[in-house]
Design a protein around this ligand. Structure first.
Ligand SMILES: [Zn+2]
Ligand SMILES: [Zn+2]
Length: 150
């Protein structure tokens, strides 16, 4: 009886070792590279192009890429005054809808900004986007600000 228990214990231990070993083997093997597709940045370039640019001098061969970049240079970030000029609304007109930036539902007391494309966001959310990222609608990419007054 003692012998059988001992045998059972031994085989259970070796089974555990086998399982642990196979796990260890898997995690020690080369992990699959994270499947992150490159997403074009608001500036018009791919992240890899940007990090490559930061690491070296620009050459005439970069003309094509700089053209891409140029497209967005004509659409710089917004000014605080530009954001102020956006049509504002109170949150109670948007109850039941969510802000597409922070994903929170609008509340009565919220300040909402409506872009010319009719997409609407919390004032603070869209202000941060327009001031720091680009002056186009985060949902549809349309120019978010009316042209600056002359
Ligand atoms: Zn928001
Ligand atoms: Zn839009």
């Amino acid at each position: 009886m003692g012998f059988r228990e001992c045998g059972r214990t031994a085989s259970a231990q070796s089974l555990a070792r086998t399982i642990a070993g196979s796990f260890a083997h898997h995690s020690a093997g080369s992990p699959a590279p994270p499947a992150v597709a490159e997403v074009r940045l608001p500036c018009g370039l791919m992240p890899s192009q940007v990090s490559e640019l930061l690491d070296r001098d620009i050459t005439p061969d970069d003309y094509e890429m700089l053209l891409q970049l140029d497209e967005s240079v004509t659409r710089p970030t917004a000014s605080r005054a530009g954001v102020e000029r956006l049509a504002g609304a109170s949150g109670d007109a948007f109850l039941g809808e969510n802000c597409a930036i922070c994903l929170l539902a609008f509340e009565k007391s919220d300040e909402v900004k409506v872009l010319p494309c009719t997409h609407f966001f919390h004032q603070e959310c869209v202000a941060r986007w327009l001031l720091e990222r680009c002056r186009c609608c985060p949902l549809c990419g349309d120019e978010a600000l009316p042209p600056a007054a002359p």
